[in-house]
Design a protein around this ligand. Structure first.
Ligand SMILES: *Cc1c(COP(=O)(O)O)cnc(C)c1O
Length: 384
């Protein structure tokens, strides 16, 4: 079979699947087993030994994700944070890593609790400005770690520009691609070395599974990541692999419709008297609009907005009925989050103030409900 298009690969995986099911099941089976039998010494035709290291249901999923991101190899983890943790195990004491300053809160906590103790030096800079990134590079710098769009401020970083800087200085470019998913953005194709996903978000897509991925550009990195995964033991269970595989089958249609809804909601929010700012890369007025359009085929369905007061923000959070006041994002249900309290409590207060993550900021993950119903719910929550 020739190379197929993205939507087809979401449903069927790549044309050359290494794992097959003998019974030709349409839905790839859940190999709920801890171990695999060997025929005799040195003869193990299945190629599988022990599920911490590998399992057919997981291999099937990893191949699908590799084909969607254009990776040489992908490893599936029990959470996005398990994937991020292993990613930081690639470095040694004294190594310096430049990170986007608007970063997923859990990653900042990982740095302060673990990376620091392990001797890594982390700098948080505004990666949406390439000059700033270039200025932060030191002799001991080993990587640039970027989220674009970032969480929750929706800053956009120029991935091609960062890839050039990384190449010039022999650094790894690591990109958390959770917000746009491989449907809208493929950082490896723009020069990144590692792509991170929280599979708990758009990839699984139904607010029902926790998962993570590291997708590597070359085989050498992929092998290092797999060995670290086997060693630290945070691999995704067969049942959860199956759930993510099922979620990915509808990734393309979900991404399209959720974006369509987000565009309508962003436009509506702009007109609201109690809304002072709408942060959505799909708005032409967004400072990162052009860069995002040049490197991604869409803007996604995540947006943040600022209200005129803390009281308004709390009124909206407590007033929504259809939209759910909860953490997480990227699923079928629309979720409204209060970043300063829920996702970013461990980010130092000065950093939150500097970034604008204040008590008037709300983050909305737009789901698959009718856009009109989401807007009607926001409207009643604003108290109009
Ligand atoms: C959720 C998230 C993570 C962490 O993933 P978990 O699956 O919750 O462990 C990392 N990065 C981003 C951008 C996220 O949204």
């Amino acid at each position: 079979m020739t190379e197929t298009n993205f939507e087809t690969r979401c449903v069927h995986g790549g044309p050359e699947s290494a794992v097959r099911d003998d019974y030709r099941a349409i839905s790839y089976p859940i190999y709920q087993t801890a171990s695999f039998s060997h025929i005799r010494t040195g003869h193990n035709p299945s190629g599988f030994d022990y599920t911490r290291e590998s399992n057919p249901t997981r291999t099937h999923l990893e191949e699908i994700v590799s084909s969607l991101e254009g990776a040489a190899g992908t490893t599936a983890f029990s959470s996005g944070m398990a994937a991020v943790s292993v990613c930081f195990e690639l470095f040694s004491p004294g190594d310096h890593i430049i990170c986007s300053e608007d970063l997923y809160g859990g990653v900042v906590r990982l740095h302060s609790l673990i990376s620091k103790k392990n001797g890594l030096k982390i700098d948080y800079v505004d990666t949406s400005d390439l000059q700033t990134v270039a200025g932060a590079i030191r002799p001991e710098t080993k990587a640039i770690y970027v989220e674009t769009p970032s969480n929750p401020m929706m800053f956009i970083t120029d991935l091609r520009g960062c890839a050039e800087l990384a190449k010039e200085h022999g650094l790894l470019l690591i990109v958390d691609n959770t917000f746009l998913s491989p449907y809208f953005q493929n950082p490896l194709k723009l020069g990144a070395d590692i792509v991170i996903h929280s599979g708990s978000k758009f990839l699984s897509g139904h607010n029902d599974t926790i998962a993570g991925f590291l997708c590597c550009k070359n085989q050498e990195l992929a092998d290092r990541v797999r060995l670290l995964s086997k060693t630290t033991g945070g691999a995704l269970s067969p049942m959860d692999c199956w759930l993510v595989t099922r979620g990915i089958k509808t990734l393309a249609v979900r991404m399209e419709r959720q974006q369509e809804n987000a565009v309508k909601i962003a436009a509506w929010l702009l007109e609201q008297p109690h809304v002072t700012q709408v942060l959505y890369p799909g708005l032409k007025t967004h400072p990162g609009y052009e860069v995002n359009a040049s490197q991604a085929s869409g803007f996604g369905s995540m947006l943040s907005f600022r209200t005129d007061s803390k009281e308004t923000a709390l009124r909206v959070l407590q007033g929504v009925k259809l939209i759910i006041f909860a953490e997480s994002l990227g699923g079928t249900e629309s979720l409204l989050t209060y970043p300063t309290v829920q996702t970013h409590p461990d980010v130092p207060a000065e950093m939150k103030e500097h970034l604008g993550i204040t008590d008037t900021l709300l983050r909305l993950s737009v789901g698959l409900e009718s856009a009109d119903d989401i807007i009607a719910d926001l409207k009643q929550a604003f108290g109009e």
